[in-house]
Design a protein around this ligand. Sequence first.
Ligand code: GLC
Length: 513
Amino acid sequence: MSSNNNESSNKQQQNIEHADLLTKSLILSHEDFEKISTLLTKEFDRGLRSTKDSIVKMYLTYVRSLPNREEHGRYLALDLGGTNVRVLLLEFHGPPSLLSLKSSQRRQQQQQQEPKKPPIEIIDSSMKPIPTEIFHGTGQQLFDFIAEFIVEFALRNKLAGVRIALGFTFSFPVVQQGLAEATLVTWTKAFNCPGVVGNDVVRLLKASLKRKTHHSIPFIDVVAIINDTTGTLIYGALQDKNCGIGLIVGTGSNACYVEYLSKIEKWPFNYSDPKQVVINCECGAFGDNHVIDWALTNWDRRLNYESLNLNKQIHEKLISGMYLPEILRRCLLTLIELGIVFEGKTPIELFRPYSIKTKYMSFIDQDNENDENNFPNTRKALADMFNSKNPLFKNGFSDSDVKIIHMINRRITKRSANFVANALWTLAIRIDNVDVAIAYDGSLICLHPYYRSWVEEKLNEFIKKTGIKKRFRLIHANDGSLYGAAIVAAICYREKRPKFIKKRGKIYEITRF
Ligand code: GLC
């Protein structure tokens, strides 16, 4: 090996060591996470006492019943939470009305009807990206756009003249006064339409629907509003009766769980059956009162400082797909400035905030730490991210650059998975059952090659270190936010479905609408 080659490989080794040292702050120990879990428990407790005096709000969702496969009929679901709006028409094939059958027939029917799979049939679905001008427009424009979309969809499905219930998934922090009343507290993620915060979003949707409909159009009855985590939990509960937690790790991140009313000091009603309710934790806000500032790196702090929502959603900023690439970008800029990466020259693409796409992080993580193949995905991702005409990259990417980028990418995504596992653990220990099924969805956890297994690994570490007996099952509730809304609408109907009483040997139907 020539002395030039030797020098270059020494320099590369030095750069790797230097980068390793500088980004160690992205690694938190298990003891750190135990401390973070204790802090989160305190916030959960505070939120269950009072929404006003808490950071992690623990919102009451008023969803108290889970699906029991007796849901029946057609329902609409609407989902707003990301850059698209989605609508779905579902039919549930639960047991039919038992009224008209003789008792022997009823028994036979019930036995035959015992379904193995969730008895759901998708009739139609549609998705529309929210145009930029609507995204940056007023609340009324946003809801009019959505209403138009639903009406179009309903007409396509020949629902004119039909009364149909709709469940609405709205994935933002809302204070609910009931199942179909929800005041937006603040926008999160990239939303910021004026005229919505402080207003009941169900009323806004209903007003827009009224504006966009005329006599021949279906009567769409918005019967419930839920969060995407709640939808995910509800959909998971169809697959596993032990499902107690709903989790989203996508553009945003949040979790919900089923809590006993007796443990919720702020529960405003009596403790009638069912004695439980789904709590939307809005745990993305954990840390907004600075209790985990010690765990943040300077890159996290700068990202927060320059974000749309300063000092808000700190936990979410450490976890979700919207922010992780921005942490990576900021981290890279530091290493470039110190001459550790890219010979100290910044490719122009990296100057623009939020310019790195989340998908690249999943792709880079597919390479292995001690990759004999020389990090092929990382090289491909970099080639895709940067202009190939940049003279800096005319000979491709140096081994040390690739190794360093892979290392910090992984530190950021793994830290995110650890924070998620920590939140799940902190919730799971509030649940009496040893077996806890967790329904999850969201682009980061679903599309990343190892994210889910890292979450499971960390949960197992918690079990080992604390000695607390828990068994976890992670269920992918694909599109749960959408299905969940239709299921909740169906549950509303199920709860009000005709009940039967037996009098003098005869069966009577009593309707309780
Ligand atoms: C944000 C929203 C929350 C939602 C989450 C996932 O954190 O505030 O309501 O559940 O994103 O979409």
